[in-house]
Design a protein around this ligand. Structure first.
Ligand SMILES: [Zn+2]
Length: 322
């Protein structure tokens, strides 16, 4: 799928990623950019694992265009949209197989289109990588604070302590700690003993230029901290918070209805605090029900939808790490 890819070639080169078999007409090849310059780590940057997370794709295309070979020490591999059938079709998942790419890693080279593209990353790029930076965003259905999280183990070339320094260098207020999922890109990287960073931010089905700038600046700072890119921006001493996110931080709609958020992203809420109300779809307004957060914490993510089914994601918080 990756045509004539030569990761050892010095300089900045672009390689087409062929449209996988099984993708409907109208989807055109994506382009991988490889910038290679002497000694240093190899960092793989991916966007578009979820097709509707467009902030990442815009930022990574711009970085591929603007970063020069001389600014790189080692190798930077940029794939603006890994699930490009989904993003070109305007969806979160590919219409060709309906699979959530971030649950199919390490993928299958003989599988469906989404499986094939996951296998391209895990099979062809992971063996080169010291660090995976997988850039996400809120997508159409959610809005999320700018935050980073990451995974490493003692066998990774970038170990846990070094990864913490890279995460703090991102310059974001929130560093999230959570249990990884093996079938995500970052989960599969960890199983291959490759450290990873996942970025979140933006969403809500629209582009905000401030959020694009936050995403770009964080990546520039993070890549500089990882030693693959010369500093483009002044470093920011970390003044943010480390938060943990577990099942107790998830808030779902207790019944179907229309959600009214009573707090904003980034607000600090107490355990038991009402953070939203659900308006009924029929009957009197006396049937409004309050929805409380089970834990104290920072509001990190909220649904951007109004009409929710029972059990559907409403918001999640992050608990300050002890
Ligand atoms: Zn995503």
């Amino acid at each position: 799928m990756l045509i004539d890819f030569d990761p050892g070639r010095r300089g900045k080169h672009r390689y087409p990623i062929a449209v996988p078999a099984g993708v409907r007409a109208g989807v055109v090849p994506e382009t991988l950019c490889c910038i290679s310059n002497g000694e240093g780590p190899t960092v793989v940057l991916t966007g578009g694992v979820h097709g509707d997370e467009y902030e990442a794709q815009i930022v990574l295309r711009a970085l591929a265009d603007t970063i020069g070979t001389d600014a790189v020490s080692g190798r930077l591999i940029i794939v603006p949209s890994l699930n490009f059938p989904a993003s070109q079709q305007g969806g979160r998942v590919s219409a060709d197989d309906g699979k959530n790419m971030n649950r199919v890693f390490p993928g299958q080279s003989a599988g469906s289109p989404t499986d094939q593209l996951a296998a391209l990353l895990a099979g062809h790029l992971f063996p080169l990588a010291d660090l995976l930076v997988d850039v996400h965003a809120g997508g159409r259905d959610a809005t999320v604070v700018p935050m980073v999280f990451g995974f490493s183990n003692a066998r990774c070339r970038i170990g846990p302590a070094a990864l913490d320094r890279i995460l703090e260098a991102w310059g974001y207020h929130y560093i999230e700690h959570l249990q990884g999922i093996d079938s995500t890109a970052c989960g599969a990287a960890l199983r291959a003993d490759i450290a990873s960073v996942e970025i979140e931010g933006g969403g809500g089905g629209r582009l905000d230029p401030r959020e694009l700038a936050i995403m770009r600046d964080g990546i520039l700072r993070g890549l500089a901290a990882a030693g693959v890119l010369s500093p483009h921006l002044p470093a920011i001493p970390f003044q943010g918070v480390h938060v943990t996110v577990g099942p107790e931080n998830q808030v779902v709609a207790p019944r179907a209805g229309l959600v009214e958020h009573l707090c904003a992203l980034g607000d600090i809420v107490a355990a038991g605090q009402v953070i939203a109300r659900i308006h009924p779809l029929a009957g009197g307004s006396g049937d409004i029900i309050d929805v409380a957060s089970r834990t104290a914490g920072h509001v990190l993510r909220q649904t951007h939808q109004v009409h929710l089914a029972q059990g559907q994601f409403l918001a999640n918080t992050g608990t300050l790490r002890a």
